[in-house]
Design a protein around this ligand. Structure first.
Ligand code: MN
Length: 163
């Protein structure tokens, strides 16, 4: 890169990691503000717009964690198997920092399993709801987490390099 040239433009990443911890859940993470903003979704995401999925906010993770699949050793926090269930890029429909602060996030996902519009809405108790928008990628006929349990780890997709 020439000095002084603008940094290469890339879309922010999202990742969903199935986490076989003491309780199975899906960690839903969106790259924003230099970290992975994170929620634990006990039932996992749905493509059915009538399904609102509880999303419990969890601690930010570093960006490099978007590549992680493997075993968290016994005795460590979150011990258990982690599977890269989906990943890709996301696009906020507006200013993501402002929407995160307001607790009303509207966005599109470009993943292998999750695509199209979604919303994340913060409730009064501090938990959020993840919901598919009713669009071309909505699907009421399939339970995506049981229909597509496989890892996307080995799918070469031009995933941005770890920073
Ligand atoms: Mn987890």
């Amino acid at each position: 890169m020439n000095p002084g040239s603008p940094p290469p433009v890339r879309e922010p990443v999202f990742v969903v990691q199935r986490h076989h911890a003491s309780r199975l859940h899906y960690d839903f993470r969106l790259e924003a503000e230099g970290v992975l903003k994170s929620w634990a979704v006990p039932k996992g995401p749905s493509l059915d717009p009538s399904c609102k999925r509880l999303a419990v906010p969890t601690e930010d993770h570093r960006l490099s964690y978007a590549d992680f699949e493997g075993e968290i050793p016994k005795g460590e926090y979150g011990a258990g198997q982690v599977v890269l269930w989906d990943r890709g890029t996301w696009r906020c429909e507006g200013d993501s920092s402002e929407q995160l602060k307001r607790g009303k996030l509207s966005f599109e996902l470009q993943g292998h399993k999750l695509r199209g519009g979604f919303s994340l809405i913060r409730m009064k108790d501090g938990n959020w709801l993840l919901r598919k928008r009713d669009d071309h990628a909505a699907d009421r006929g399939v339970d995506i987490v049981s229909a597509r349990p496989e890892s996307v780890r080995d799918i070469a997709s031009g995933f941005p390099p770890t920073r």
